[in-house]
Design a protein around this ligand. Structure first.
Ligand SMILES: [Zn+2]
Length: 191
C-alpha cells in the first residue's frame, strides 16, 4: 500500500520516515477557572490525519496518534503506580461510523487511567465542525453521564477548538459528583 502522507510505497499506513516526522508538540490551554487542557500534536501537522476519522482506516490512524501521545505522556509524568485510581472518560464516547473516536484514545491510555467506556454520551447529535461560536453556544450537546460518582477523572477528546464541549462535559460530570482533574486531547485547533 501507499503511505497516507507521502504516497510512497509502505508496509504500514504511515511510512517510517513520515512516522518520524510526526512529532509531539505539546500545548497547554487554561480555561477561565484554571482548568487545564493538554494537547499533543500541532493541528496543522495532524489535520489531514484527523480528517480520516470517519473513514474505515480512521480507527487505525487514531490508534497511531493516541499511542504516540500515550508514550510521551508516560515518559513525562513518570511513576504512575497509583494512577489506576484515576478514571478516563471520553467525550461522546460511542460508535460513529465504524468505531468510537474517544474510545480508541482512552484504550491506549488504559495502563495509566482506568477507562470508563461509553459513559458520557451527547443527546444532541450535532456536529460543530465549521460552525460559528454563536451556533455552538446556542446548540448544546446535552451530555448524559451514566457512570459512577465520587471519582477522579481525566477527560479525553480528539480535538479542542473553542473548548465548549469540554466545558459542558465538565459541568455535567460535576453535577454527578465526578472530580475532573484535567483534560487530554490529541490536538488543539484554537480558532
Ligand atoms: Zn510517508
Amino acid at each position: 500500500m501507499r503511505c497516507l502522507l507521502c504516497q510512497n510505497l509502505s508496509a504500514k499506513l504511515i511510512c517510517k520516515s513520515c512516522d518520524k516526522k510526526l512529532v509531539i508538540s505539546p500545548k497547554k490551554r487554561r480555561s477561565y477557572d484554571d482548568f487545564v487542557v493538554y494537547s499533543f500534536f500541532g493541528y496543522q501537522d495532524v489535520e489531514y490525519l484527523l480528517r480520516s476519522k470517519y473513514s474505515l482506516i480512521g480507527s487505525r490512524i487514531y490508534k497511531i496518534l493516541a499511542r504516540k501521545a500515550f508514550l510521551y505522556f508516560r515518559d513525562e509524568v513518570g511513576d504512575l503506580s497509583d494512577s489506576l485510581n484515576i478514571f478516563s472518560i471520553g467525550i461522546d464516547d460511542r460508535v460513529k461510523k465504524y468505531y468510537s473516536h474517544c474510545g480508541v484514545i482512552i484504550k491506549e491510555f488504559d495502563s495509566i487511567f482506568n477507562p470508563l467506556f461509553g459513559t458520557l454520551i451527547a443527546n444532541n447529535n450535532i456536529c460543530y465542525a465549521g460552525k460559528s461560536l454563536a451556533y455552538r453556544e446556542s446548540n448544546k450537546k446535552d451530555f448524559v453521564y451514566s457512570g459512577k460518582g465520587n471519582i477522579n477523572v481525566v477527560l479525553f477528546d480528539d480535538v479542542i477548538t473553542t473548548g465548549l464541549s469540554i466545558k459542558e462535559a465538565r459541568e455535567v460530570l460535576r453535577k454527578s459528583g465526578v472530580n475532573v482533574l484535567f483534560a487530554l486531547t490529541l490536538s488543539d485547533a484554537r480558532i
